[in-house]
Design a binder for this molecule. Sequence first.
Ligand SMILES: Nc1ncnc2c1ncn2[C@@H]1O[C@H](COP(=O)(O)OP(=O)(O)OP(=O)(O)O)[C@@H](O)[C@H]1O
Ligand SMILES: [Mg+2]
Ligand SMILES: [Zn+2]
Length: 468
Amino acid sequence: MQPYPYIITISSEKGGVGKTTLACNLAVYLRALRESLPVTVLSFDNHFTIDRMFGLEGQKVRGTVREMLEGEPAGALAHTGQYGIDYIPSSTAERLSPLLERFQDPWTLAGLLGESVLPGVVIIDTRPDLNALTRNALFAADQVLVPVKDMASLENCKNIIALAEQRGLERNALALIPCLVDERIKYDGEFRDQKTLLRTFAAERGYRCLDTFISKSPKVESLTTNPDGKIYPILTHARGTEVYGQFREIAQDMLRVLDAVPEPRASFLYRSRAEDDEPRQMEEYPARREGLADHCLICGALLAEHAEGCGFYYETSDRARRGFLHTACFVDLLCAALYGMTRDSQGYGIARLVVSDKARKLVTVISPAVSSGSYRVDFRQFDAGGEQLFHKEVILDTGAEDEGEGINDRLFLLLNEALTGQGAKPGKGPWLAVHPVDPKHPEAVLGEEHYRAVHHVQTLIHGMAGLF
Ligand SMILES: Nc1ncnc2c1ncn2[C@@H]1O[C@H](COP(=O)(O)OP(=O)(O)OP(=O)(O)O)[C@@H](O)[C@H]1O
Ligand SMILES: [Mg+2]
Ligand SMILES: [Zn+2]
């Protein structure tokens, strides 16, 4: 099996918070703590810090980050440099910016790195903004580290957090690190100091904030200014500072997290994309038609007899089951399951319009899970770009007296029938995606072009490890 890298992305929208320092020094520490672990560093920024720290005297380099982004295998561009670190030489901003357009799809970098045959850990240093490359780096990451140093960088990291959330990154895959902490600064009241303030903020939002922070140190600052133009690592040149020990703790923390991961995200994303490509080639239009269910899974009516008003197409995440649903059946089901509303409810007409309107524009993903003894159903809605616009989890009380016109039963039936025999593991899918289609020509969705679009969204959704 080919190796997949474990990707750590360092990101913050605020400049000068210590991203690059963290990226380079984390690499050195990881490698020092675990000799057998290959570590590759690359930067989307253009300050050449990486090259100055890891480049070897007289080393001839071939290719840069730009060539990697253009599709050259990253493994072939990684140069082994100082301290045993592999680095991909940096590019100038002028050479990178024309590529941004190609990275509008947040998948792209994950795909490149998945195919890169890079083993071990890849650390990505990003620019202090959320451009397309940063977004890609966030999307590909197993672990995102966000250095924060003050209230302004805290404000800024909200966008990164929101983006990571939309992209379906698990909450524990993102951690804040208080950086450049000046322990002399004290506040009045509850938040005694910088660290406490940052930690409280992180905790309130359910994010991990590393126990370790990085102190501000004049010695560390001086490591970037040397007569030979080089930049020295903390490990080798700042012994005796607090930062020296803090970096070791952070690296140990990362190793613990890394060791606990069953499968790197790049591997998962790559695999789901490969799985997505295969049936697309193999399975042609007639086969897609052949596989359609003969009845609406909600009302049970045979579609040969009740073909009118089929405005939704569903497919399971493994593509084992597919078919059409009556518009009315699906919309009523959503109203009942999501809002507990039935035809007799007050304001049902309006509510139904709103629900219907959303379902007609978005892809609805329904995924069941059994957790803490109850049967839960997770509803999400995504737009064509794979952006999550709605999320609600409902608990299906299958035992209780059902007021919603048997809605629990019908939902249960739908999921049961569509997803049976797929060995549902709680939290691991499978799931059902419901796409709006033209009720006049529902089967047009199976046509090559339309079906490809359906699958593009489905792949984006599938890529969101940790969602289901
Ligand atoms: N622990 C530290 N103590 C003192 N100075 C530090 C420390 N860490 C980094 N610095 C200094 O702070 C400055 C900014 O650090 P760095 O370049 O790592 O930040 P950055 O977030 O990558 O910045 P940018 O957004 O511009 O890329 C540098 O001059 C660096 O030497
Ligand atoms: Mg930087
Ligand atoms: Zn129906």
